[in-house]
Design a binder for this molecule. Sequence first.
Ligand code: CA
Length: 263
Amino acid sequence: MSETLRLPRAAHQSSPRRPLAPDTPLRDFSAQGATLALMHLLVVEDDDRLRRLLTRLLGEQRHVVDVAANGAEALELAELGSGIDVVILDIGLPDMSGLDVARAIRAKQLPVAILMLTARDTVADRVAGLDTGADDYLVKPFAFAELSARVRALGRRNQAAPHRSETVLSNGPIRLDESTRAATVAGRPVELSPREYSLLECFLRHPGQVLSRDQLLDHAWPYGAAVTPNAVDAYVHYLREKLGDEARLLTTVRGHGYRLDDE
Ligand code: CA
């Protein structure tokens, strides 16, 4: 963790008026000149170097990337119901096998696609991976372009699959369409940064529930990002500004965190 992560959302200890580098608006495709399929990915890999590299490269492709360094973290993030589209899952993890993680994800019927990473190119491993519910696999070492292509294909497949019916999250006038990543408040389109998007998504998935700063940090920031709970306060503040009148639904629960009130 000594090496600086190239994460754009690092907040620092004190929080002056605007402590965070504003992140790029999620729906600004002008640089690419084409519509990119943005997805929410979860990279599960215990190799620090590879995890950082994947996070950076996938982030540069404008995906929202969550990371986990072991199976327990991966399951926690996946279960938080964070709208993850594709889990990139290493088989060899320190606490449990990636195969067990895949099995647990399928047992809970989480609507995610799973791309298994394996160093062991044997028929038995491939069959085992696909048997546990992985949708595809990739043998290490691999070219990033290939990973990227597989992820895109899985994302498309997952969006077309019938189990992915719940693509619009809403609470009263606040709506988030996960297939287009568009947010509206009382019909008014709202442009959200990736962090604001992740925060709002987390609130919409847990209406009426108090979410602590730590829970929100875990959900909306990449693992290992140098952030403090102040960052959550700052981003909730930005999110409230974007929600306008409907910010009234986002309550501060003193000493605990925040809650999106059910409407
Ligand atoms: Ca590994």
